[in-house]
Design a protein around this ligand. Structure first.
Ligand SMILES: Nc1ncnc2c1ncn2[C@@H]1O[C@H](COP(=O)(O)OP(=O)(O)OP(=O)(O)O)[C@@H](O)[C@H]1O
Length: 326
C-alpha cells in the first residue's frame, strides 16, 4: 500500500457546545438564551465530523463528495491545519497539518484574496511568501486567460477569475498536497474543463496529491482516481474509483424484491420495467434480471438519495471490498 498523504483516524469535530454556536453569537444572541437555536447531536453543539477514518494514498486525485452540510469543508480545513479536531486525529504528508503548511496549498470555498492588490502583486506576494518553492511558470499557466491584465485589481475580478487566480497561487507554491474546496463551482464549463486539465497535468507531473470537494458528480470519474463520500459528518463510502465501480451492479428486472434478499441493496425503486436496484456486488443476479455496470455518478446518486434512510454503518468504507477501502 502506498504511503498516505492524508490520514484521519476517528476524526471528530464539534462546533458550538457549552459556549453556544459562533453563528448564534454573531447574530447577537446570548448563548443558551431562548433565541439560541437548539443544537443538534448529542449534548450541546453540532458534530460536523464524527468517527471519520480515511486514508488517501499519496499521488491520488481524491474527490470529497456529499450533500450540503456533510462536513466536506470541515475535513479540508482540518487537513489544512486551520481547525483542531475535537476528537481523533489527522495527519498529512506524514506529520501534523500545521507542520506541513509549507508543503501544502489550500484554496478555501470563498477564495480569500486581497481585493486592493493587482493580479501581478498577488502573484509577486505568492513568490515572496514561498521562497525556494515558487514556480512562476506554473502560476502563469493558470492565471493567464486574457480576461484580466496583470494590473487589474483583485476586487474587480469576477468570481471565476478570482478562482483562477487562487488556483494559480496554489499551484505556484508547488505543493505536495493540494486541498481544494469546491474549486470549480463558479467557473464556466470551458474554463472548468481547461483548468481541470491543467490541474491534473501539473499534479501528474509533480506527483501532487489532490483532495478536492465537489458537487459536479458527472465529471469526477474522469478527473479523480479516489473518492470519499461523506454524509452527516460520517464516511459512507471510500476507496479507489475503479474498485468502487467494480464493486457495484445495477440490476433491472420483473423479479420480486425477495430476489434481492441477502444482497446489499444501496437503493431500489419501482420503474416501468419492474424493479431497478443498485447493489453492492459484482455478481450478476439469476434469470429475469439484467445486470449493468453503473457509472460513478449513478453510484454516488444512489448513496446520496439514501443517506437519510440507511444507518451510517450501512455505507461505511468497510462495506466496500477491503482492498477498495483505504
Ligand atoms: N464555524 C462553524 N460553526 C458552527 N457550525 C459550523 C461551522 N462550520 C461548519 N459548521 C457546521 O458543520 C456542518 C458541516 O459543515 P461543512 O461546511 O463542513 O459542510 P460541507 O459539506 O462543506 O457543506 P457545503 O456543501 O454546503 O459546502 C454543518 O452542519 C455546518 O452548519
Amino acid at each position: 500500500m502506498k504511503d498516505s498523504a492524508v490520514e484521519a483516524a476517528a476524526l471528530g469535530r464539534k462546533f458550538g457546545g457549552r459556549t453556544g454556536s459562533p453563528f448564534a453569537r454573531s447574530r447577537g444572541r446570548a448563548p443558551g438564551s431562548a433565541a439560541d437555536p437548539a443544537p443538534r447531536g448529542p449534548g450541546r453543539g453540532t458534530w460536523a465530523l464524527r468517527e471519520c477514518t480515511v486514508a488517501v494514498p499519496a499521488g491520488r486525485i481524491c474527490a470529497v463528495v456529499g450533500p450540503n452540510g456533510a462536513g466536506k469543508s470541515t475535513l479540508l480545513a482540518h487537513a489544512a491545519g486551520l481547525l483542531r479536531p475535537t476528537e481523533g486525529s489527522i495527519r498529512v504528508l506524514g506529520t501534523a497539518p500545521v507542520a506541513a503548511r509549507e508543503r501544502l496549498a489550500y484554496v478555501a470555498q470563498d477564495k480569500p484574496l486581497h481585493p486592493r492588490l493587482t493580479v501581478e502583486e498577488t502573484l509577486r506576494l505568492g513568490r515572496e511568501l514561498n521562497p525556494g518553492r515558487w514556480d512562476q511558470a506554473a502560476a502563469e499557466r493558470v492565471a493567464e486567460d486574457g480576461l484580466f491584465a496583470d494590473r487589474t485589481r483583485v476586487g474587480r475580478l469576477s468570481g471565476g477569475q478570482r478562482t483562477r487566480l487562487a488556483l494559480a497561487l496554489a499551484l505556484g507554491k508547488r505543493p505536495e498536497l493540494l486541498l481544494l474546496d469546491e474549486p470549480m463551482a463558479d467557473l464556466d464549463p470551458l474554463a472548468r474543463h481547461e483548468l481541470m486539465g491543467l490541474l491534473l497535468a501539473e499534479a501528474a507531473e509533480n506527483g501532487t496529491t489532490v483532495l478536492m470537494s465537489s458537487h459536479i458528480l458527472g465529471e469526477l470519474a474522469t478527473a479523480c482516481d479516489h473518492l470519499v463520500l461523506l454524509g452527516a459528518g460520517r464516511v459512507r463510502l471510500a476507496g479507489e474509483v475503479e474498485e468502487v465501480l467494480a464493486a457495484h451492479t445495477l440490476v433491472t428486472g420483473r423479479g420480486s424484491p425477495a430476489d434481492l434478499d441477502g444482497r446489499t441493496v444501496v437503493e431500489s425503486r419501482a420503474t416501468g420495467r419492474g424493479l431497478t436496484a443498485l447493489l453492492r456486488t459484482s455478481e450478476p443476479l439469476g434469470a429475469g434480471w439484467e445486470s449493468a455496470a453503473p457509472s460513478l455518478e449513478e453510484i454516488l446518486l444512489g448513496y446520496l438519495r439514501t443517506l437519510d434512510e440507511a444507518p451510517a454503518a450501512e455505507h461505511t468504507a468497510e462495506r466496500v471490498p477491503e482492498e477498495a477501502a483505504s
